[in-house]
Design a binder for this molecule. Structure first.
Ligand code: NAD
Length: 333
């Protein structure tokens, strides 16, 4: 048997991992708190830890894990900005991620947020439950004929672009590695970032968070956008400077914002804080705008995505145990 300490476990993680590991020699240690340098000692006896987007896998955490004999950090997500890869490498700890899982899950959630925000479905739902059948303040706009700007045309951004083309939108895209054939086939136009900002009624982010892309959306870049534009971010919170976002909402420069991720989401998203006083003033301010819609990092949450994630994670754990190869594209160190 090999023991895996699964940090930040939620009931759906437990279910999908246990289901996918039915005939394996994996012994799960499910822990419902996040991995940090403080909680790392609880991986004692495990050969691997399985972590998610908000676990803090920094150097000091990795040093504790390595000293306890942990050989593998298996991320059950695609992004890996929360792991110090250089430190892992120097400590001989392998880091794997799930390079591909249902990109439809994330793309469809981005579009769900856009439709909900634009047509104010969330507000209408609450009103009707209160027997308020008034339509005052619920005016949206046709997506048909409008322009969308997709930043990052990897697996997820492409699907979003294709769905938006299906609505009859003009779709502009920006990516440092453009795929001209795909764009021509789908009727998508690659443009530079400046043109995308100035022409788009809706801008949606589908690029990774790196030191270069941190605060891609900030005061100066928001200034380049069309007045009244809608911004959708289902990628990583720190792509957007929240302070600048709040300013742009207060001034009316942005017409609406839909977020599945938030710069300071760690310790907040995925938790039930309904009985507590929210300590994050910027999040509290964002929640007061009628034209802001926030979900708590749930874009990946479909049955198909969870089962893809569980299968890749288990295959990598079995590769660690020997005999099998790691899933292609998943090894980061
Ligand atoms: P991907 O690697 O397939 O595509 C990313 C694309 O971004 C690539 O084409 C790359 O060239 C492009 N890119 C890189 N730097 C850029 C820049 N400066 N400007 C524009 N484009 C740039 O990744 P993916 O699978 O499409 O995922 C995209 C992001 O979505 C991930 O990095 C992750 O942060 C996020 N994500 C969020 C959730 C969620 O539940 N909310 C789930 C999965 C992924």
């Amino acid at each position: 048997m090999i023991t895996i300490a699964v940090f930040d476990t939620k009931p759906y993680d437990r279910e999908s991992l246990q289901h996918a590991a039915a005939n394996t020699k994996i012994e799960w240690r499910f822990l419902d708190f996040r991995l940090t340098r403080e909680t790392a000692p609880l991986a004692q006896g495990a050969v691997s830890v399985c972590v998610f987007v908000n676990d803090q896998v920094d150097r000091s955490c990795l040093e504790i894990l390595a000293a306890q004999g942990v050989k593998l950090v298996a991320l059950r997500c695609t992004g890996f900005n929360n792991v110090d890869l250089a430190a892992a490498k120097s400590l001989n700890v392998t880091v794997t991620r799930v390079p591909v899982y249902s990109p439809y899950a994330v793309a469809e959630h981005a579009v769900a947020l856009l439709l909900t925000l634009n047509r104010k479905v969330h507000r209408a739902f609450n009103r009707v439950r209160e027997l308020n059948f008034s339509l005052q303040g619920l005016v949206g706009f046709d997506l048909h004929g409008k322009t969308a700007g997709v930043i990052g045309t990897g697996k997820i951004g492409r699907i979003v672009a294709q769905i938006l083309r299906g609505f009859g939108m003009r779709v502009l895209a920006f990516d440092p590695l453009p795929d001209a054939d795909w764009a021509a086939q789908q009727g998508v136009e690659y443009v530079d970032a400046l043109a995308l900002a100035g022409l788009s009624d809706v801008i949606t982010l589908h690029l990774p968070l790196t030191p270069e892309t941190k605060h891609l959306i900030r005061r100066e870049t928001i200034e380049l956008m069309k007045p009244g534009a809608i911004l959708v971010n289902v990628s990583r919170g720190a792509l957007v400077d929240t302070t600048a976002l709040i300013e742009a909402l207060k001034s009316g420069k942005l017409g609406g914002v839909a977020l599945d991720v938030y710069e300071e989401e760690e310790g907040i998203f995925f938790e039930d804080l309904s009985g507590q006083v929210l300590q994050d003033d910027e999040l509290a301010r964002l929640l007061t705008f009628p034209n802001v819609l926030i979900t708590s990092h749930q874009a990946f949450l479909t049955r198909e995505a969870l089962s893809d994630i569980a299968r890749t994670t288990i295959a990598n754990l079995e590769a660690l145990a020997g005999g099998k190869a790691y899933v292609e594209g998943s090894v980061l160190t």
